[in-house]
Design a protein around this ligand. Structure first.
Ligand code: SF4
Length: 433
């Protein structure tokens, strides 16, 4: 394969799947049913320009405002492992290719020079020994940071099985390191990835995490960040495949919150399992995309809304009900907490109202001493999604909605938020976040 073909393949496999409904990316242009217009925006022009194209560049929202685009690429789609759910598993017939560290660096720097991207996300299969793959990742980051002086954002996905010194070196060079846990416990990992060991992955995560926590501590003490060696200061991420094993959402979120408690982790990723053609799990039922979406919403409640993990409402199987978002489900399960009055409620009460986020709650609390809030129009102006919130609120003792909130929320259909999801994929667009 020439460089263009290799890049095409490796970038499409590193695509992020969190935008829009699942789409058959690999064969979309030829299928008719899934035309290029249904592809996520970053993949729509894959065949219309040359090798160094702005393909698979994802916009990332930065803390404190602003956005940055990331080039996402796999170093190789070759792998010696045989994970049952994975499109790149050893036994699957697939064109295999790789980018050498020098090639990856050259491509990224050229795309960066053209202002197509501000940062890099790099992930990889594991052909041969994990320590060799870690060496290649380190080589790429050393070239970027120490040879070419790149000081921007680099997110690198570690492979499980690296040596402690390699993990320390990779973390030192990266803005963010991540690792795929896949499941919340070792027993279920064995079911879908018999060659992987949960304890090894977790130990690798803990090594990197300790370094990130040290870095955060030093920054809190006033030591400025070395942008060439940021020590993973953007915080770690980790990924779970959801629905490939019997683990419930409660199991997954319990593991997530345990890991958050140790610090150094920015957030978790959840990837709804999708059956991949020519894999042992081809016949396994896909997990609803909506389940993944609900897990992200619950994770947000834990990280941003100050919910405790015992407050997330689960169904009898331990999963988050799909019909409504987890905050609304919680609110409906706690009628004793509502309605609350906009003029007097504390910020912690306001953020519990469906349709009011943390920024809006803060704005309401700041504005109400100097503004007379008269009704829904005033609340809407301050950012309240009144169609959702009105039934949970009063204003100076007056109800803001004529119907009870249960009836009001029935106008919201869960499937309006996330599209249809039953699909068998050639490759999974979301395996490699
Ligand atoms: S999940 Fe990772 S280790 Fe397993 S087969 Fe896929 S690329 Fe290889």
């Amino acid at each position: 394969m020439d460089l263009e073909a290799r890049l095409d393949l490796l970038m499409s496999l590193a695509a992020d799947d969190r935008e829009g409904p699942p789409t058959r990316i690999a064969d979309a242009p030829a299928s008719g049913a899934a035309s290029t217009s249904r592809l996520p925006p970053r993949l729509r022009h894959t065949r219309s320009v040359g090798a160094l194209r702005p393909l698979n560049i994802r916009s990332l929202r930065l803390r404190g405002g602003g956005r940055m685009s990331l080039m996402r690429v796999l170093m190789t789609n070759a792998c010696s492992f045989n994970c049952h759910y994975c499109p790149m598993r050893r036994d699957r017939d697939l064109p295999r290719t790789l980018l050498k560290p020098e090639e990856l660096v050259r491509i990224f720097l050229e795309a960066h020079r053209r202002r197509w991207c501000g940062g890099l996300f790099v992930t990889t299969g594991i052909p041969g020994r994990p320590v060799k793959v870690m060496d290649d990742l380190i080589r790429a980051l050393e070239l970027l940071r120490e040879t070419h002086g790149f000081r921007g954002y680099i997110h690198v996905k570690m492979v499980p099985g690296g040596e402690p010194a390699q993990i320390a070196r990779l973390t030192a060079l990266a803005s963010r390191v991540s690792i795929n846990l896949e499941t919340p416990c070792g027993a279920s990992l064995l079911q879908i990835a018999p060659e992987k060991r949960f304890a090894t992955t977790l130990a690798n995560l803990e090594s990197a995490r300790a370094q990130v926590v040290r870095q955060w501590g030093e920054e809190a003490d006033g030591r400025p960040r070395d942008r060439s060696h940021p020590n993973g200061a953007s915080g770690m991420t980790m990924q779970f495949v959801v629905g490939a094993t019997p683990d419930s959402d409660r199991d997954v979120l319990a593991k997530v919150t345990d890991l958050y408690a140790g610090g150094g982790i920015h957030h978790a990723h959840f990837s709804a399992f999708r059956p991949i053609r020519d894999t042992p799990m081809e016949e396994h039922r896909a997990a609803p995309a909506l389940r993944e979406h609900r897990l992200y919403q619950a994770d947000y409640l834990l990280r941003t809304y100050d919910f405790g993990r015992d407050e997330i409402v689960f169904d009898t199987r331990g999963n988050i009900p799909l019909e409504r978002d987890p905050k609304t489900t919680w609110a409906l399960a706690h009628p004793e907490r509502f309605p609350i009055d906009v003029r007097t409620a504390e910020i912690g009460e306001l953020v519990r109202v469906p349709g009011i986020g943390p920024a809006t709650a803060r704005r309401l609390v700041e504005e109400r001493p100097r503004t007379t809030l008269r009704g829904l129009t005033d609340l809407r102006r301050l950012g309240v999604i009144t169609k959702r919130a009105a039934g949970f609120l009063t204003l100076a003792g007056r109800r803001l909605a004529g119907v009870r909130w249960v009836e009001q929320l029935d106008f919201w259909r869960a499937e309006d938020e996330v599209g249809a999801y039953r699909f068998v994929y050639q490759v999974s667009p979301g395996t490699f976040r």
